[in-house]
Design a protein. Structure first.
Ligand code: SF4
Ligand code: SF4
Ligand code: FES
Ligand code: FES
Lengths: 296, 259
């Protein structure tokens, strides 16, 4: 491939381009959007409180004004494996954290909040997502700033792309996908129980629809649209085969994933914003700043 | 675009053009005022300038129908076919900038030496079909499986995707990276229902698939609207992951080979 017998034109310098459109809008929007989410998610994860609705601030029926306790759980704190001692969320799989875990906890880096152990998975999934990769390579380190726009010159011929360390590690994306699929199930369960309300006086439960239930339902739907349109999934369900066949489960799955995949960028952003908003809503309800209303 | 394109006017108007003039040693932009009539494309204007103002202006073209891929250039900073860029979609309140492609050596004015591409193509392992399915030497395939690679065969080899790809354009990795055009070409062979050749080792090693960082610029400029990144490059990357980076599929494959 070494047939360049006349010299190549000099690469352009940083941000140099003949483009006349506002080429900087897109990378700037990605930069601001992702930065805002990162800041919020870190802040929310540090709180280690107000991540579930409780009897302290019950849901109010829109018609009749009676009060009941919702079972909303923030997606950033789901699943709750053990309750933080003294904080009974009602969502813990194994009850209150045993004392050995609490003492061990202090030695685990990042142990200030259990949310960090959960967020590793969705964060890793999005960090290694093909769409986000292409987008944040542009927005965060200008590689390139945008199409046909000059780059910072220091990389030059030393450019490594995803061919070498560190970015070669992006190839583990499919493992994060497996985790993300499990998370859809967990978050769907959270959505399901958000339709269950407890009467604070009698302790009896009943079906209901709160504003929070709707918010918690949209969340796994958007995440599902994002996760099920993943390029790695597209490969796994059929893309890896040269002969997928005209009919059958493999063809149907391949077509479905391909269909979601075409809108992968939109699903990526909507689901990201919605996860943040869902956490925010639950946080507001849990702290009493907002009142959750029951429509039914 | 931040500027309003000209209304589809029926009037003849004057338009300033800024065209790159020069060769491999030196060059500069030169301004020309052209007469634009309705229905004109950029290539028409270049021909007009060539006929009336600069007889020695070099440009390459052939079909004027967006099918031969000869007239690739950069118009207002974007890699495009000159014959398919209509004058009425460009802003009128500023000069129209026409330059040669940046990822290839310049010969003269708007003409670049794209022969590197032909050398790259020769290094890609050719189609190797399986044994015929029927005694008369024919094969059977599902239409749906053929459709998948059909998209890649629309390529007209304009090399605009090669031009916009920063791996070639800015990082000059011509020795190590084959570029989006040839990743599309490889995908067409590699995913073909009849093909039996294995190109994954080449893709990973000598052809530099890993250099692509999925910026999708190639997809954006392709005049044939081939979904280069999503349908060709990423699926190839996933196949390379199967072969080289995923311990589970690797184990599975070893086991399969033995049994
Ligand atoms: S997606 Fe890959 S091949 Fe296409 S322009 Fe970007 S880096 Fe180049
Ligand atoms: S893939 Fe598209 S942009 Fe690239 S050479 Fe072919 S037609 Fe041109
Ligand atoms: S490619 Fe985006 S989630 Fe897998
Ligand atoms: S002249 Fe053939 S594509 Fe433009």
């Amino acid at each position: 491939m070494s047939r360049v017998n006349v010299p190549l034109p000099q690469p352009r310098s940083l941000a140099e381009t003949s483009r006349q459109d506002r080429w900087w809008v897109q990378p700037l929007a990605v930069f601001l959007g992702l930065t805002a989410f990162l800041v919020y998610a870190n802040w929310a994860a540090f709180q280690a409180s107000n991540f579930f609705a409780s009897a302290a601030h019950p849901t109010v029926s829109l018609f009749g004004g009676t009060k009941s306790v919702a079972h909303y759980l923030s997606p950033m704190y789901s699943p709750v494996l053990y309750d933080i001692p003294g904080m009974t969320s009602g969502h813990a799989w194994f009850g209150e954290a045993p004392s050995w875990l609490v003492s061990l906890w202090d030695f685990i880096p990042g142990s200030y909040s259990p949310a960090f152990l959960i967020l590793i998975f969705p964060a890793g999934f999005r960090l290694t997502c093909y769409y986000y990769r292409g987008a944040y390579y542009k927005a965060f380190w200008g590689d390139p700033l945008n199409c046909a726009v000059g780059e910072p010159g220091f990389r030059g011929k030393k450019y490594r792309g995803e061919a070498k360390l560190p970015l070669i590690l992006m190839n583990i994306h499919r493992y994060f996908l497996y985790a993300a699929l499990v998370f859809i199930l967990i978050l769907s369960y959270d959505a399901l129980i958000s339709y269950w309300f407890t009467n604070p006086d009698t302790g009896k439960g009943s079906f209901g629809i709160g504003v929070g239930s709707l918010i918690l339902t949209i969340n796994p739907i958007l995440l599902g649209g994002y996760t099920l349109g993943c390029h790695s999934l597209r490969h796994l369900v059929g893309g890896k085969k040269d002969c997928i066949g005209a009919k059958g489960l493999r063809r149907t799955s391949y077509e479905c994933v391909s269909c979601l995949n075409r809108g992968h960028m939109k699903w990526a952003w909507f689901s990201l914003v919605w996860v943040g908003f869902t956490d925010f809503y639950v946080r507001m309800v849990a702290s009493g700043a907002w009142t959750d209303y029951r429509l039914f | 675009m931040s500027h309003a394109p000209a209304k589809a006017s029926s009037e003849t108007r004057k338009q300033l053009f800024r065209v790159w003039r020069g060769d491999k040693t030196a060059g500069t932009f030169k301004d020309y005022t052209a007469t634009v009539t309705p229905g004109m494309v950029v290539l028409d204007v270049i021909h007009q300038i060539q006929a009336e103002q600069a007889n020695d202006l070099a440009c390459r073209w052939n079909c004027k129908a967006g099918k031969c891929g000869s007239c690739s250039a950069e118009i207002n900073g974007k890699p495009r076919l000159m014959c398919m860029t209509r004058m009425d979609e460009l802003p009128t309140d500023m000069p129209v900038v026409v330059e040669p492609m940046k990822a290839f050596p310049l010969i003269k004015d708007l003409v670049t030496d794209v022969s590197w591409n032909y050398d790259v193509k020769k290094k890609i392992k050719p189609f190797k079909p399986r044994k015929p399915d029927a005694p008369d030497g024919t094969w059977r395939m599902d239409q749906a499986d053929v459709d998948r690679v059909q998209e890649f065969r629309k390529c007209i080899e304009c090399f605009l995707c090669q031009d916009v790809c920063h791996v070639l354009r800015d990082h000059h990795k011509h020795e190590e990276f084959i570029g989006p055009r040839f990743l599309v070409y490889t995908a067409a062979l590699e995913m073909h229902p009849l093909d039996t050749e294995d190109r994954l080792a080449d893709l990973r090693k000598s052809q530099g698939l890993g250099y692509c960082n999925i910026t999708k610029c190639c997809t954006k400029v392709c005049p044939e609207h081939i979904t280069i990144t999503d349908n060709a490059i990423i699926p190839l990357k996933e196949r390379v992951v199967d072969e080289y980076f995923d311990p589970v599929t690797k184990l599975f494959k070893m086991f399969k080979k033995k049994t």
